[in-house]
Structures are given as structure tokens and as C-alpha cells.
Design a protein around this ligand. Structure first.
Ligand code: ADP
Ligand code: MG
Length: 327
């Protein structure tokens, strides 16, 4: 009898281990393509987990979207120069971490860049380059040091009318991290949350191999310039090859230098590797603004962070850590 039950348990275990498979779904969230990959024991479970991740990202979108007029972020923006707005702890902490990254990058990253995005539009609705005077006026409203946070009351206040915050450069990374953490807490052993090139991964494929991520070559989109094994890490690629406008042959990227109000130039793509997608996302955007030299210098000082920069002349610059691995 004992033998039989041991045999049965063994059989069940073998079955459970054996039936682990990869399940995937693609959907549009936060105005972007999201690809979900999870490892689960059945299709039913795989689907359930992916739905949980989608619901988590929709929940976050409702808080941080500046397109949604009912989001807490829009409420903060609508009350700029009027009054502080009470927000969820989660949003307060995201703003705090954003300000920390602003300090780390000397203001290259700044969620309050968003007052300038009223002027620079990259959806085709901008007939000409904004006037210098307009840019100067709007950039005066930018400045992360002006954002007032009251942790006791859980409020955020933008003290000047016309100020605006936006999480375009950090929100997708944050969402990927949150969805990963939630799925891990539900016992999902492995997966990839890919928010249009901002991804976080955990665990391994059912056959024990590491996940492989492909990084697109911005100068030749059909070709991946690197395919790397990855586990329990985030990889984020920011490129100005998708959102940009061209006037008189000059390309203006959707990443704005918060200090001048002008789009960054010189870099076509930045890939950042970090333990969290949120940090990687914010740093990738910052490097566009900081430029190659300053950007690489910063990355080389950060623990567990690496990057690849593709400049508009086609040259590629690797941070120290990556050079050693010869990717
Ligand atoms: P993508 O959405 O292509 O992944 P990024 O992560 O680089 O791109 O984020 C770019 C977005 O970040 C812009 O579309 C804009 O919403 C916002 N943004 C632009 N400049 C800055 C900046 N200096 N600091 C913070 N956010 C910015
Ligand atoms: Mg970013």
C-alpha cells in the first residue's frame, strides 16, 4: 500500500512538473502593446494568471494616466495652482521615487516635464515647430523641486497653474514590475511582462532554459541586434524611432530636456538592464537627455545596472559591465 501511494504521488508530481507550459497573450493597455507570458500547469490557470496581470495594469492605468480625465494624476494636474489633492499611497510613493530619479539624473528625468507636452505634440497634430517664446514660457513651469508632497495627509500639490505631471517615461516599467510581483505572489513560477519593450522577467522556461529576449536594432527594425538570456531582471528599450516628428529633415524625439524644453537629439535608442523595470524605464529616458557621455558615466556608477546606447550615426556604446560580457 505504502509503495503504491508513493508511486501515485510520484506519478502526480511527474505529471505536474511535466505539464508546465508557456501561455501567452497580447493586448493593448496604457495606449501600448503588452505581451504577457506565464508558465502554468494548465491553459485554464495560464489564462487566469494573465487576466490577473491585465486587471492589475488597468488598475494602475486608472491612477497614473494623464489621458484619463478621471485619474488621480489628472486631478493633480487640474488642481495645479489651486489646491493639494489627496491620492493613494501608491501614487504618492511613485511620485517620491520619480523625484529621487530626478535627483539621480540631475533633472534629466522630470515628471513635471509634462507642461511642455502641451506644446510639443508627436501625434501628427503639430503643424510646425513651437515658437521659442512658447517653449521658454512653458519650460518655466517645469521643475520637480516645486512638487509638494505631504506624506501625512497623503496629498500632492503643483503650486503653479499650468504645471503638469506625466508618467510616460516610468509608468510602463512600474506597471510591468507590479504585474510581475502580483503574479509571483500568486505562485506563478516564471513569466515575462513586456510593455512595448519595457520588460521584467522571472523564473525560467519549463525546459529549464533561461528566457531569451530580443533587442531590436533601431536602425533596422526587422533585425534584433542582440538576443540575450535573462532571468529575474528587467530590460527596457526606449527609442525615438517610433514617436517623433520631422521638420525640415530634422528629427525631434518625444523625449524632452526638462531644462530647455527642447527634444533630445543625438541618440536613437537606449537599452537599460536593471533589477526593476521602473528604474530601467526612467534611466533609459534620462540617457536621451543626458547624452552618451554623461549617461554612460552615471550607469557605470550604479550597481546592477547596465546599458547599450545607439547613436544616430549608428555607433553603439556599451556600459562597462556589458563590455565585459561581450554582448
Ligand atoms: P516609450 O514610451 O517609447 O517607451 P520612454 O519610456 O522613453 O518612451 O518615455 C517617453 C515619454 O516620457 C514621452 O512620450 C513623454 O511622455 C515622457 N517624457 C518625455 N521627456 C521626459 C523627461 N525628460 N522626463 C520624464 N518624462 C519624459
Ligand atoms: Mg522610459
Amino acid at each position: 500500500m505504502k509503495k503504491l501511494s508513493t508511486f501515485l504521488i510520484g506519478l502526480i508530481l511527474a505529471n505536474v512538473l511535466h505539464s508546465q507550459e508557456v501561455y501567452q497573450r497580447t493586448t493593448k493597455l496604457m495606449g501600448s502593446r503588452f505581451d504577457f507570458t506565464v508558465v502554468a500547469n494548465s491553459e485554464e490557470l495560464g489564462n487566469k494568471y494573465i487576466t490577473i496581470a491585465i486587471e492589475e495594469i488597468s488598475r494602475i492605468e486608472k491612477i497614473i494616466s494623464s489621458w484619463d480625465p478621471n485619474s488621480q494624476t489628472s486631478e493633480i494636474n487640474n488642481n495645479a495652482g489651486i489646491q493639494p489633492v489627496q491620492v493613494d499611497q501608491e501614487l504618492l510613493e511613485l511620485v517620491e521615487r520619480s523625484i529621487y530619479i530626478s535627483k539621480l539624473t540631475d533633472g534629466a528625468f522630470d515628471i513635471s516635464y509634462a507642461s511642455v507636452d502641451r506644446i510639443w505634440r508627436f501625434d501628427g497634430s503639430m503643424p510646425q515647430i513651437p515658437k521659442e517664446k512658447e517653449i521658454k514660457t512653458s519650460v518655466r513651469k517645469v521643475g520637480y523641486t516645486k512638487i509638494q508632497i505631504d506624506t501625512e495627509r497623503s496629498t500632492i500639490f503643483l503650486p503653479e497653474s499650468g504645471m503638469k505631471i506625466g508618467f510616460g517615461a516610468i509608468g510602463k516599467g512600474y506597471a510591468a514590475d507590479k504585474a510581475k510581483a502580483l503574479l509571483q505572489s500568486k505562485g506563478v513560477v516564471a513569466g515575462i511582462i513586456n510593455a512595448s519593450g519595457d520588460m521584467n522577467t522571472w523564473g525560467k522556461q519549463p525546459d529549464g532554459k533561461q528566457w531569451q529576449v530580443a533587442i531590436t536594432n533601431p536602425l533596422n527594425k526587422s533585425k534584433a541586434f542582440a538576443r540575450l538570456p535573462i532571468s529575474d531582471r528587467a530590460v527596457v528599450t526606449s527609442g525615438n524611432y517610433e514617436k517623433y516628428v520631422t521638420f525640415r529633415g530634422k528629427r525631434y524625439s518625444h523625449i524632452i530636456d526638462p531644462r530647455t524644453g527642447y527634444p533630445s537629439t543625438g541618440i536613437v535608442s537606449v537599452t537599460v538592464f536593471a533589477p526593476k523595470a521602473e528604474l530601467a524605464d526612467a534611466l533609459a529616458t534620462s540617457i536621451f537627455v543626458m547624452g552618451t557621455e554623461v549617461g554612460i558615466h552615471l550607469i557605470n556608477q550604479l550597481k546592477d545596472v547596465a546599458c547599450i546606447i545607439v547613436k544616430d550615426d549608428g555607433s553603439m556604446i556599451y556600459s562597462n559591465h556589458l563590455e565585459k560580457r561581450k554582448i
